[in-house]
Design a protein around this ligand. Structure first.
Ligand SMILES: [Zn+2]
Length: 388
C-alpha cells in the first residue's frame, strides 16, 4: 500500500474497508462506546500520506499524518517492579506509539508468569524473551552464577506461557556473566536446540571477546545492541565491520538496535550505514530511567535518529512493523488489511530541529523528527504523549 493515499474505515475495532482517498464516507468510522470523544470522521491514509483537517483527536498538525500498522518494539523492559531495568507497560507501549512490546528478558522462570499477567491488564500487547537465568533482572549480574540457569524451569515456563514467549534471552557481557565467560551462551544454545526457540543475545563489554560470542549465533538468533560503541563492539577502530559480523549476517543472524542507556553510538551507526549494514529491527531498550532522562525517551526519538542517519522513512518504519512482525512469525501485526483488528500507529514527520543524543553523549542536530500522535488498538484510540 506504500505510496497511495487511502481511507481506512474502522467498525467495532476492525478494519472494514480500505478505499482510495476520498471515496469512503466517514473515513475513520468509529463505533463502540469506548470511542466516545473520538472524531466521527477524519481521513487517514497509508504511508506516505496525510490526515486531512477534521481533527478532534488533538492530532491537528501542519504536517501530514501517516499511518502504519502498530509499531513493534523488540527490546523493552516492562516489568515495573525491577529497578533499574523496568517500567510500566503502557508508558513504554501505547503512550509512545508502540502497540506491541517484546520484553527482552526482564524475567526468567521465577517471574515470567507475573510479567505475562501484567501484559493482560495493559492496552499494549506484550510478548517476551525468557531470560535463561531464573532470577532475570532482579540482579544485573544474572548469569554470574551458573546455578541460576535452571534448565527444567526454562522448559516449564515455556510450557506454561508459550503463547507469550518468543525466544530466550542471554546477556553476554562482562558485568552480567562475570567469570562465567561464554558458558551461559553455550547453555543457551543447548536450550534453544531443545526448545526450538531462537536466542536474543545482548552484547557489550569484554570479556568474553565479541569474536568468541558471535560465532555461537545461528540463523534467526538476534544480536541486540549491534550499534554499541563500547571497546568490544562489532566494528574496528577504522569503522570496518569485523569478520564475525559479516559471517553472522550471511548466516541469517538478525541485527537489532536495542538503543538503551549505553548501547547506541552515532559513530558506529554511521560506520554501519557506510557499509550498508542496516538494522533488521529498530528497538529502544527503554525503561524508566532512559525514558525520563534520555538518551532513549521514546521509539519516535530512536526512529528520528535513523532518519538523521539517512535511512528512508519507509525503511525505518518497516524496521518497527513488517520486519519485526515477520521475525515474530505474526504477519498480522505488520499489515493493514480488511477484516483484521485495527492495530495502527499515527505519526508525523515534523520539520522542527531536534538535538539527538546517543549513548556516548554525542549529539547530532537533525532538521526533522518523527512524532507519534496516537494508536488504534483493542477498539480504541489512545493519544500519545509527545515530549516538549
Ligand atoms: Zn535491555
Amino acid at each position: 500500500m506504500t505510496g497511495e493515499e487511502i481511507d481506512i474505515v474502522i467498525e467495532d475495532g476492525k478494519i472494514s474497508a480500505i478505499t482510495a482517498a476520498g471515496q469512503a464516507h466517514g473515513d475513520i468510522g468509529w463505533s463502540g462506546q469506548e470511542l466516545a470523544g473520538a472524531p466521527a470522521t477524519s481521513e487517514v491514509s497509508s504511508l506516505p500520506g496525510r490526515v486531512d483537517a477534521t481533527d478532534e483527536t488533538g492530532m491537528a498538525s501542519a504536517s501530514p499524518v501517516y499511518v502504519s500498522s502498530g509499531w513493534i518494539d523488540m527490546h523493552v523492559h516492562a516489568f515495573p517492579e525491577f529497578d533499574p531495568y523496568g517500567d510500566e507497560i503502557d508508558e513504554i507501549g501505547v503512550k509512545r506509539g508502540v502497540t506491541t512490546i517484546v520484553d527482552a528478558g526482564s524475567c526468567g522462570a521465577d517471574r515470567i508468569g507475573d510479567l505475562v499477567a501484567g501484559g493482560k491488564q495493559a492496552d499494549t500487547n506484550l510478548l517476551a524473551f525468557l531470560n535463561i537465568s531464573r532470577i532475570g533482572l532482579k540482579r544485573i549480574d544474572e548469569l554470574s552464577k551458573l546455578a541460576w540457569i535452571d534448565r527444567e524451569k526454562v522448559k516449564q515456563s515455556i510450557a506454561a506461557y508459550g503463547d507469550s514467549i518468543v525466544g530466550l534471552k542471554a546477556r553476554i557481557s562482562h558485568s552480567v556473566v562475570r567469570e562465567s565467560g561464554v558458558e551461559p551462551l553455550r547453555i543457551a544454545r543447548e536450550l534453544s536446540r531443545e526448545t526450538g526457540l531462537p536466542l536474543m543475545v545482548h552484547i557489550g563489554s569484554a570479556p568474553p571477546d565479541i569474536r568468541e560470542v558471535i560465532p555461537l549465533l545461528q540463523r534467526k538468533d538476534i544480536i541486540t545492541h549491534y550499534l554499541n560503541g563500547k571497546a568490544n563492539n562489532l566494528f574496528d577502530a577504522a569503522g570496518e565491520p569485523l569478520q564475525v559480523l559479516r559471517d553472522a549476517i550471511s548466516r541469517g543472524v538478525h541485527l537489532d538496535v536495542g538503543h538503551g542507556t549505553a548501547s547506541f553510538s552515532f559513530r558506529v551507526a554511521e560506520a554501519a550505514k557506510r557499509h550498508g549494514i542496516g538494522p533488521d529491527t529498530i528497538s529502544t531498550d527503554i525503561y524508566r530511567g532512559n525514558r525520563l532522562n534520555g538518551p532513549v525517551y521514546s521509539m519516535a526519538n530512536v526512529l528520528s535518529k535513523f532518519l538523521y542517519l539517512g535511512y528512508p522513512l519507509e525503511e525505518a518504519i518497516a524496521a518497527v512493523t513488517t520486519r519485526a512482525a515477520q521475525w515474530l512469525g505474526r504477519e498480522e501485526l505488520g499489515r493493514i488489511r480488511v477484516g483484521d483488528p485495527a492495530n495502527l500507529t499515527l505519526f508525523t514527520v515534523e520539520d522542527k530541529p531536534i538535538t539527538l543524543v546517543d549513548s556516548e553523549g554525542e549529539q547530532r542536530v537533525s532538521d526533522r523528527r518523527i512524532e507519534a500522535k496516537g494508536v488504534i488498538t483493542h477498539g480504541k484510540f489512545i493519544k500519545c504523549e509527545v515530549r516538549a
